[in-house]
Design a protein around this ligand. Sequence first.
Ligand code: WTA
Length: 777
Amino acid sequence: MSRCIPTKRLLSESLSERIQNQTTARQTAPQPLGATDRRRQFSDVYRISKSDARPVLGTLDTVRMTFVRTRISAAAGPARPFRGQTLSQRFSRSSRVIRSPGRAGNLTVTASKSPPIHIDRQAYAAVAQSAFVKNMDEYRAMYDRSVKDPDGFWRDIALENFHWETPPNEKHASFNFDVREGPIFSSWFEGGRTNVAYNALDRHVQAGNGDRACFIFEGNDPGRTYSLTYAQVLAEVSRVANWLRSVGVGKGDTVALYMPMVCELPIAMLACARIGAIHSVVFGGFSADALASRMVDCQSKVLITSTAVMRGKKAINLSHIAREGLGIAAQQGHRVPNVLVHRNEDPALDPALGALGDWEPDSYSIWQDVVPGQSDCSDVEWMDAEDPLFLLYTSGSTGKPKGVLHTTAGYMVYAATTSKFSFAMQPGDVFWCTADCGWITGHSYLAYGPLIVGATNVVFEGVPTYPTPSRCWEVIDQLKVKQFYTAPTAIRSLMRSGNEHVEGFDLSSLHILGTVGEPINPEAWKWYHEMVGKGRCPIVDTWWQTETAGHMIVPLPTAWEEKPGSTSLPFFGVEPVLVNEKGEELEGEAEGYLCIKSSWPSAIRSVYGDQDRFETTYFAPFPGYYFSGDGARRDQDGYIWITGRVDDVINVSGHRIGSAEVESALVAHDSCAEAAVVGYEHPVKGQGIWAFVTLVEGVEHSDDLKKELVAEVRTQIGPFASPDIIHWAPSLPKTRSGKIMRRVLRKIASFEEEQLGDTSTLADPSVVEMLIHFRGK
Ligand code: WTA
């Protein structure tokens, strides 16, 4: 378990208390600057606010949140306020505060330019052997061609590495990213016909590699493990495909999947792909309401689900939630005609859980009853390049989640090519992506990309901290994992559990470490690199999104020097730009909105059933560009540093949650009149959810009511979206036209009320005082 301080306490403490607590919690003493640091050190000056004016001396880890940068040396990039960030998220642990005035005023911090990284050059050279890009010159040459001649560049890759029933045309790519020029679209590999599941399975079996392990299942409890070869997975995929066909599912039909991380989930995805059905995976942590709204939106013809699952010590009764979801969907006018339930045979599960007693017997089929009898041969549906492959719902700043649509050929080529280049992946490598297939990472880097390359994939049912925080390292040791891909939140949580959980395991099989989902702080990066990788493994910090479907900005292993916290340079064919508020491109060292200038093969094709929303969300903000919703900075070497979302999306443990979704869940509670939700810095989750709640006239606030409000969010969205803080707000800060000023709320949630800026547009400025008064109550 992590040793982090309970959030509430952290936030209600004074700065010096916070420092003391953090130091104790981490059991680290201020470290003297090393010789290397001294050479590279520079000073930063921060303004310290009145409320935090106490003598301060400590490491940057211990000083957090309340400073505004007022001046900064050129070495650290352009000056900008960095709300709510720990200083250690920017600098190394060995940096330290050297002087504090003990009163409001300036605070001097000595920081090293970047954390010194220990690199085992010999080991890096060994990794370089399997890398597909050897150095910067090779990268530059390939990148230049990819943006100047996308048709030729991608067609060469497509023909060399994939099976095409009909090859794509020579000129096959077209797109429009400018709303002023007509409808937005992307089209890749025109003329080509292929099938993603065929490329992921049949191709390898036909090449004589059917006996290679495709999936290694690692159950929730250690020891419950087995593997499936490519030939076995192909046979099971065919059987599921035949069952789907037997209930009338065919090309273009949608199938909802609501399952835990068992091999049957990617198998069901591949079965859909084989017959041209469009899958829509709903993460197993979503609630019945969330599942229902997704099934209704895409009018799914089938739901494939599971009885139950153990996640750590907790049992989750999936079939119960699924049953409820089916009921809600029916009330909303959509009866899902076919349901397939996979019985989870984990002996640790209480048989009563997931019992299907209250289901009408003819309303569902059990996987284990109906799938084994199907033929293990099934015809492949050859798909046109732009035929839909899948939908995946994701949160945005407004409204209900959007069904992000991806199509066949572009997705296939990009997911596989990024797998190969970013992870230096060779056929047969044991690759472990810890993401759930309920998210895009599990789609592109578990179910599809690595299979197309021919790797062996670990499918992990459990959680990294169960039964102990050694679990991941133990599995890596046992299975001889070569590439390990996880999220910063998991790294931070394992880091906080202590080094003793890593020591003693043989991690020498590791070649590459990957991270995804949110900005990784240099502290966690260093720990990952040194403690897990022992300085031997390059870290690929991959920036991308559900909408991009594959890595967009990524340090290709050993091709250039990594900088902890930077995702560095664009993948082939990707043209990232930083723009200002007016949509003007910024050159050189700069900070701005991160946009993409031209299409790439796996670009989002539309929002399912809502082209208008697609254009308004991604292309209207900056005409001519795809807008990512993220902010970013480019340094003097051209490296990109992602600074996080600039819209109302909160990134909790790498999961995107729209503040509007949480707000609408809260107001669904009878006692809640109004709610406004913002993100705030959380030591493990990256961001936490802070909800300001105005109660209905006459309702008293109480701790029980807080629990009920949290429960409401769990019911409507899922437990992972639970607010961390409920802040009673007799009223909310609004402009005279009634718009909530979230900027003010963010300042209050990060204890930066001294820097509220201009509040003259507030209809009632006294609201701020009142909210500060209620903070922590
Ligand atoms: C964030 C996950 C910094 C970002 C693949 C993006 C990152 C959102 C990184 C997409 C990274 C993802 N560094 N931030 N390496 N990777 N993000 O759609 O804010 O679940 O917009 O896709 O995660 O989240 P999504």
